[in-house]
Design a protein around this ligand. Structure first.
Ligand code: ARG
Length: 460
């Protein structure tokens, strides 16, 4: 036999390349803390049901905490020959405490062990991400409240459409992220189910108590079916789908931030600390942070596709394919955390250039709809009002004048229903203030919406 922990039935050592090829320790070692936590709970449960003695349990727990200390101080002798994080830790435990270390794996398989580790690890990461999303939402809400009266052009087709308030635009971003937040919370419920006790695939002959281990590990409940418990990775796909939607939203915000910092828009300024320069063009200040977030969206979409394809057509129960779940999931976590941190730090530092936004909204006939609505109030049918205003816009384009810059006589050429009360509706302030119902852009509505968003976040 060979000296591998599973080497009893083997008559020759593993091929050197195969050993490297099948090993996962170089990337799954980041599960060490949760692997040890799971092992401590397993040993505690085994002692509770008299499969281990209390002394054996204590030796295992003591040994595992020494192993964890070694890992954290960098003294731990990681070995590729020992394949993965689980066998590295178990082998080191046995070196330290002797034969008792060999009893830890009683009633357990690496199949239920690894599925448990990933869920424990992901649950902690979800909680950290949850806090970062809340921080981003708070930043958006506070900036929106501060910019409730700042007027900018609203766009459709990226053409000037109607004036909106900057606060209203920021609260649109907040809504997108709030839905992602809900999706994350929902995903956590399905992550928080315990595979441990499923053993290799069928359960175990020992009198284990899975409710005890679940309680010790803070899981909502033991997984219902052992075959499903060791093979399910849809919780990881679901998390990556959440991450893809979040990054899709952050990429949209990034795109707007990049546009708005350009000289042609000049709607906002990002502080120097979030930008970088050019090695050749001395004048440059580039919005690298939003650009990178926009770019990183692609790798997360890629990981979602990897995981979906990894699981496609896999027969029950565990297959080694599943070792490939970790790198896409880990990189998704790192990417999401980095992007959220960048955004939550950057949003409060955005400086709105209110005068530029206002001037841009004055160009492009953004109050044309207001003029049409005015004519409707004077008794003109909407379709006729649309035609009348279209003609006045054509005239304005010819003369180089905005609607609000035309005299009453000029306006009257297009409709005798226009009177001198028209100018109140043609101003940008009048236009946004008139959209004064729930969900609309009026400053009062933005402030009320910001308060509701604050309350909803506090109630989570
Ligand atoms: N390193 C393996 C993984 O990540 C652990 C489970 C291995 N189980 C097995 N039967 N070979 O999936």
């Amino acid at each position: 036999h060979t000296n591998q922990s599973w080497g009893g039935r083997f008559s020759e050592p593993t091929d050197a390349f195969v050993e490297q090829f099948t090993a996962s320790v170089n990337f799954d070692r980041r599960l060490y803390h949760h692997d040890i936590r799971g092992s401590i709970a397993h040993a505690t449960m085994l002692a509770r049901v008299d499969v281990l003695t209390l002394d054996e349990r204590d030796a295992i727990i003591q040994g595992l905490s020494e192993v964890e200390r070694e890992i954290e101080t960098g003294e731990f002798p990681w070995s590729v020959a020992l394949e993965d994080v689980h066998m590295n830790i178990e082998a080191r435990l046995t070196e330290k405490i002797g034969i008792t270390g060999k009893k830890l794996h009683t009633g357990r398989s690496r199949n239920d062990q690894v599925a448990t580790d990933i869920r424990l690890y992901l649950r902690d990461e979800i909680d950290a991400i949850d806090a970062e999303i809340a921080r981003l939402r708070r930043a958006l809400i506070e900036l929106a409240d501060a910019e409730a009266e700042t007027i900018m052009p609203g766009f459709t087709h990226l053409q000037t459409a109607q004036p909106v308030t900057f606060g209203h635009h920021l609260l649109a971003w907040q809504e997108m992220v709030a839905r992602d937040h809900q999706r994350l919370r929902d995903c956590r419920k399905r992550v928080n189910v315990m595979p441990l006790g499923a053993a290799a695939l069928a359960g175990t002959t020992y009198p284990i108590d899975r409710h005890v281990s679940a309680e010790l590990l803070g899981f909502e409940r033991p997984a219902e079916n052992s075959l499903d418990a060791v093979s399910d990775r849809d919780f990881a796909i679901e998390f990556t789908a959440f991450a893809s939607l979040l990054l899709m939203h952050l990429s949209r915000m990034s795109e707007e931030l990049v546009l708005w910092t350009s000289a042609q828009f000049a709607f906002i300024e990002l502080p120097d600390r979030f930008c970088t320069g050019s090695s050749i063009m001395p004048q440059k200040k580039n919005p690298d942070v939003p650009e990178l977030v926009r770019g990183k969206t692609g790798r997360v979409y890629g990981h979602l596709m990897s995981l979906l394809t990894l699981m496609k057509s896999q027969p029950l129960a565990y297959n080694k394919d599943n070792q490939e779940d970790k790198e896409p999931l880990f990189d998704t976590l790192d990417t999401v955390k980095g992007c959220l941190r960048a955004f939550a730090d950057m949003i409060p530092s955005i400086e709105a250039k209110a005068d530029n936004m206002f001037d841009a909204a004055r160009r492009g006939f953004s109050t044309a709809t207001d003029l049409a609505d005015y004519l409707v109030r004077k008794g003109v049918a909407f379709r006729d009002a649309h035609e009348i205003v279209g003609q006045s816009v054509a005239y304005g384009l010819e003369q180089g004048k905005d609607l609000s810059e035309m005299s009453l006589d000029e306006l009257k050429r297009f409709s005798t229903s226009i009177e001198d009360d028209v100018f109140a509706v043609l101003t940008l302030e009048g236009s946004v203030a008139a959209r004064n119902h729930i969900g609309a852009t009026a400053p009062d509505q933005v402030r009320a919406a910001a308060q509701r968003a604050r309350d909803a976040l506090a109630a989570l």
